[in-house]
Design a protein around this ligand. Structure first.
Ligand code: PGA
Length: 246
């Protein structure tokens, strides 16, 4: 299976930035790359980015999407809206949304359910905070997040899990490959217990992924790709990370 190199732009970007970014990245990419590439920009820039990468291997996704298709939810974006502009994926339950918008596993589950129902692949994010890791409870904490966040309509190929330890996001601190491997294997077992099969499950690692450390994670069999924040805003770095998957 090709590894997925996914970028999460968070609240960054501008029209000028997208033009420069897309020109630069398209110059590097060729259509026979042995990885899959995805970029998730702020929702307002989805149309511009989708247009910039039209007819290329780069897929576009959203950073979040709602559990209803329409209605009185000021400021939100629905699955049908992101689909209108060619999105194939949506990040769901990123730790920043869990933290700043108090998104619970229950809400994540509903959002993922709606995505799957509409053939959008949810990238369901899980991960422990530092105190949980230090108390030795990371595996059980993530297991519970996975159990509660995976919706009823999930099968092993229609969603992705991203393991992002909160203490590694934007900090430059990273877990050891053994720590990542331990959590990813436990996630696989949890998914198998819950839906009966995990053969096609893809689990991404995320948190301070950079060109210098990408190979450490991407060379693990349990790692199906990476979710990249800061470094996904630099075309050179993002492409180098992708190359480290081969
Ligand atoms: P980072 O962010 O690569 O900047 O640590 C990762 C993420 O939040 O998805």
């Amino acid at each position: 299976m090709k590894k997925l190199i996914a970028g999460n732009w968070k609240m960054n970007g501008s029209l000028d930035f997208i033009k420069e970014f897309a020109d630069n990245l398209k110059n590097k990419l060729n259509e026979t790359e042995e990885f899959d590439m995805l970029i998730c920009p702020p929702s307002i820039y989805i149309p511009e980015l989708a247009n910039s990468f039209k007819n290329t291997m780069v897929k576009i996704g959203a950073e979040d999407s709602h559990f209803e298709n329409k209605g009185a939810y000021t400021g939100d974006t629905s699955i049908s809206m992101i689909k209108d502009f060619g999105c194939e994926y949506s990040i769901i339950g990123h730790s920043e949304r869990r933290e700043h918008y108090t998104e619970t596993n229950e809400i994540v589950n509903k959002k993922a359910h709606k995505a799957i129902e509409n053939n959008i692949i949810p990238i369901i994010c899980v991960g422990e905070k530092l105190d949980i890791r230090e108390n030795g409870n990371a595996v059980s904490f993530v297991k519970k997040q996975v159990e509660e966040s995976i919706p009823e309509n999930a099968n092993d190929g229609n969603f992705i899990i991203a393991y992002e330890p909160v203490w590694a996001i934007g900090t430059g601190k990273i877990p050891t490959p053994d720590q990542v491997d331990e959590i990813h294997k436990s996630i696989t077992e949890t998914v198998k217990d819950k839906i009966g099969n995990a053969d096609n499950l893809k689990i991404l690692y995320g948190g301070s992924v950079k060109p210098e450390n990408a190979k450490e994670f991407l060379s693990l069999d349990s790692v199906g790709g990476v979710l990249v924040g800061g470094a996904s805003l630099k075309p050179d770095a993002f492409y180098e990370i992708a190359k480290a998957s081969i």
